[in-house]
Design a protein around this ligand. Sequence first.
Ligand SMILES: [Zn+2]
Length: 287
Amino acid sequence: MKKSKLPQKLPKHLAWLILTWLTVLSVILTTHPIIAKNSFNNSPIQTNLINHLPKTASDSASDAASDPENILPKPHPLPETLQQWQDSSGDYFSEIESISSVGYLIWSQFPVTVYIQTPTMEQLETFQGKSLQTWANFVSQAVAEWSVYFPLKIVDDPETADITIWRRRPGLRLSETGEILPARAAEASYQLYHIFLQKSDNLTEKSTKILAHKFTILLSPTQTGSYIQSAAKHELGHALGIWGHSPLETDVMYLAQVRNPPPISPRDINTLKRIYQQPTYLGWPIR
Ligand SMILES: [Zn+2]
């Protein structure tokens, strides 16, 4: 009896089915460097980058929200860790960008999955492979630090991961006047996607388009020891949604790398929590 009922009920109750990650809507190469504090005096690159962010984002993703029929951005429910977080030591939310046509860079499916580049079995026999394994261990520690405050899960497949982290030198960039900018130690960038969800019952079949994102983090192989971990921690902060920088050296999201990298601060988490209370187009249907 029970078994025969099941197939009829399934289509209605398992309402939404992910079909495919269909197309990459656009690739947005907005980047955030960490610049070794001792190498450059308060360089204008950072100012450029910050100024550059909303412009680049809206250029590339304009169809997400320019449609007048588009649904308004809305907040998502907070992950439990942030919901329970209470602290009164302030934040730097005013420094955080809401990307035009996208909103705040908020994840809404938890845990957020993270892929860390690891050596193959063959590579492990070599010096380079071993050094990649050491690197991956430092990066995992950065993921573990954030996991205390935010639901993250390390996965083996870069294709399906929300955030991928690679040991690779970020590409060279040019300034607006065509000069080559100093090489960066690390970079976080995001891409926007449309996911198509199919809803079907006995009579109709509807497809819904949802705006989604993925993050790519590049960490330069020139970084060593605890700097790998602190660079990973900083870029992960961007990938979790902190798209901006703290003015205080005691926060992980301070705009430059410091000699004694701080742990994730209450101000970092206060800022993250406020971001997750904001509206976004990400994770919601769009027309
Ligand atoms: Zn940064």
